[in-house]
Design a protein around this ligand. Sequence first.
Ligand code: XLS
Ligand code: CA
Ligand code: CA
Length: 436
Amino acid sequence: MTEYFPKIKKIKFEGADSKNPLAFKHYNPKQKIMGKNMAEHLRFAVCYWHTFKGLGADPFGPGTIIRNYNSSGDPMQVAKDTMVAAFEFFTKLGVNFWCFHDRDIAPEADTLAETNKRLDEIVKLAKKLQKDTGVKLLWGTTNAFSHRRFMAGAGTNPDPKIFAYAASQIKKAMEVTKELGGLAYVFWGGREGYETLLNTDMKRELDHLAMLLHMAVDYKKKIKFKGPFYIEPKPKEPTKHQYDFDAGNCFAFLQRHNLLDDFKLNIEANHATLAGHTFQHELQFCVDNDILGSVDANRGDLFLGWDTDQFPTDIYDTTLAMYTILKGGGFTTGGLNFDAKLRRQSIDPLDLFYAHIGAMDAFARGLKNAAKMIRGGRFDKAIQKRYAGWDTVFGQRIEKGKADLGELEKYTLKNGEPKLQSGRQEMLENLLNEYL
Ligand code: XLS
Ligand code: CA
Ligand code: CA
């Protein structure tokens, strides 16, 4: 088999003192932390779309990146070569999972039937490579947003024929995800949203989207696909307003349409910040409502207002994310998928390795810090102290629903002005820095 990254050997853990840019300084897959090893905690996945199909294009110019697996000229040959290169990359990097959209791995043909045939051919190859390498599919999904037919959405399209096209594509993508032993299936509403309410029946569109998701649930049961479905919130881009705005919005939608039994969320760091939340906020919301499924690990740029999908490097963020994930019980079917792309000037295949190594180390450090924070128990203690009033007989009466407004008025009239306590934010922020 052709080797596409011949200069790279398997990336090894060399420890914090290593000066080798092609080695892990912190990610030691076998190192045990709170009962599981690092690989089991972090469950890293490489995304197919940015890593193998993203070539650095931006709105001002086409791609800058040239790859040796992209050169044959025949689209199906390119698809096969890319798949072989991808599994070489996964193996050399040492990740256990990958993720893809149907159209990332096989090019679309003139008819749906021909497109599905092409997909089957590539899936056969992927299945063999999964078997040879042991790399598994964290989740599969459909790209129902790039083709011009989806310009006005897929499940929320004003035209039922486009809805039907999207439904057919989802059906097939679920089948191939199952065929590849995928652990879950993702719905990201690429163009499910609107540009202006002047041409949009929002209620009708959302009802249609729910209908499509119910059909997917029925089909999942029919084909016995065991994995959960994930919805991936994003507030804007490409549409002005995306319906899956943030975790809170998705939760309300799933509740309203009776879909909570089959769906959890895939939280992306960059989408959280676009929605005006921290990454940790979105994760905490999911933990609190038992809907944390998986994570798209990346970051945005403080000064740019769009989805820059950069590789995660900020230890502050990875620490708080891992703290919240660990406290929420950790991943079961989910993991950390690097939905991140190289910058336009990072044209060397080596950059793909540097980017992923750095991201994996950033999360490994986050995991180690988070475990220390949990073991230290100092944050838990501070929160416990802050809410201690609720553990008294008085607080418990209210929490258990035994008090009423009259009783609380009587209490307040009798006891007067309550004594206030400090929120201690600065002290706790200093404490967090002790762990970084
Ligand atoms: C785009 C999304 C997309 C999903 C999968 O912003 O992040 O890549 O993760 O469809
Ligand atoms: Ca994503
Ligand atoms: Ca994104």
